[in-house]
Design a protein around this ligand. Structure first.
Ligand code: HEC
Length: 167
């Protein structure tokens, strides 16, 4: 029993880069699944689904030592505003168009950060594109009066997944 506790301890406290990427991938695929099934019923209701599910799934997948979420310079949810440590790396992806799929950075002596771009796909344009239907615009304005997340084209970086963790 003691042995078991000791061998599980590091796993619950420290995360490898691989685990962090897997957690981010779960967030992405769970969100896409929710989005696709609710879009089939009604795109207006899908906004409500994103509104409820995106923060919920992010916090369900986070632990004390591994936090994940989404961020954008043109954020829809005010909580998804960039944090200080992310800004220059997000700019690197936008401006220098670096090709790495993600970046790992040292935030302080104990904490690492990871950011991974999220690219705009055709599916995203209904709610983030240039021509958004009036009912969708209304619903977005109601839930997010300061929304900045429209005007995107396919292939542009819509935002990033982020993670902070101990390694
Ligand atoms: C049905 C409308 C809808 C569609 C389609 C949609 N989104 Fe969103 N998106 C939202 C809503 C609503 C939020 C705010 C969620 C929240 O409150 O956390 C959001 C937030 C985001 C964020 C977090 C940053 C921010 O702006 O707050 C990213 C990144 C994002 N969406 C990317 C995408 C991508 C990529 C696609 C296509 C695969 C997509 N979205 C499709 C409605 C949508």
């Amino acid at each position: 029993m003691i042995l078991l506790t000791f061998s599980l301890l590091p796993l619950s406290t420290f995360s490898s880069e691989k685990e962090v990427l897997q957690t981010i991938q779960s967030l992405g695929s769970q969100l896409k699944k929710e989005l696709k099934s609710s879009m089939r019923k009604s795109p207006v209701n899908a906004i409500e689904t994103c509104h409820i599910q995106a923060p919920k799934i992010s916090s369900e997948l986070s632990t004390k030592d591994l936090k994940i979420g989404r961020v954008s310079f043109k954020n829809r949810n005010p909580d998804n505003k960039p944090k200080d440590w992310m800004i220059s790396y997000m700019e690197d992806f936008h401006i220098k168009k670096i090709k790495s799929p993600y970046l790992v950075v040292q935030i302080d002596s104990k904490t690492k950060g990871l950011i991974k771009p999220i690219v705009t796909a055709p599916l995203c344009l209904t709610c983030h594109g240039e021509n958004i239907s009036t009912p969708i615009q209304h619903k977005i304005k109601k839930l997010y009066p300061n929304d900045k997340a429209t005007g995107y084209k396919i292939g542009q970086i819509r935002g990033f997944f982020w993670a902070t963790y101990k390694e």
